[in-house]
Design a protein around this ligand. Structure first.
Ligand code: RTP
Ligand code: MG
Length: 140
């Protein structure tokens, strides 16, 4: 199968607890390659734009406040079946439902402060990567 790319965010609850390296090790151990990575402090406008699909959801304002509450690490991950593979490593949105050994089971604090984001389809991955990265920043 051809290589695929997905977009990942290490969220503020995880950067605050200095978990970037541990999360990156789990991604790499699962066979994903980090082909772009940068730390950022999201603005309110950036977070609102990124999560625009959720703007009618009751948790939208809280989510934007959380995602701007501290630094994040923006990443492009590459590998076979990268979108699905990353979703498997992440685990369920709510850590109470996440499988043993997943990032969210290991580290998430709550359904909101759940340590990582990962694209949910190849189409959204392409949109999300382009939202934060230029082509020259991605080195596969
Ligand atoms: P993500 O987009 O961050 O990878 O997570 P996901 O697909 O597993 O979850 P999604 O339904 O897309 O929700 C996006 C993020 O919103 C926060 N959330 N809070 N308070 C709540 O009930 C609630 N539900 C979702 C989480 O941070 C979730 O990852
Ligand atoms: Mg999602």
């Amino acid at each position: 199968m051809a290589l695929e790319r997905t977009f990942s965010i290490i969220k503020p609850d995880a950067t605050r607890r200095n978990l970037t390296g541990k999360i990156n090790a789990m991604l790499e151990d699962a066979g994903l390659r980090i082909v772009a990575q940068k730390r950022a402090q999201l603005t309110k406008a950036q977070a609102e734009g990124f999560y625009a699909v959720h703007k009618e959801r009751p948790f939208f304002n809280d989510l934007v406040a959380f995602m701007t509450s501290g630094p994040v690490v923006l990443q492009v991950l590459e590998g076979e079946n990268a979108v699905l593979k990353n979703r498997e490593i992440m685990g369920a949105t709510n850590p109470a439902d996440a499988a043993e050994g997943t990032i969210r089971k290991s580290f998430a604090e709550s359904i909101e402060a759940n340590s990582v984001h990962g694209s949910d389809s190849p189409e959204n991955a392409a949109i999300e990567i382009a939202y934060f990265f230029s082509g020259i920043e991605i080195v596969g």
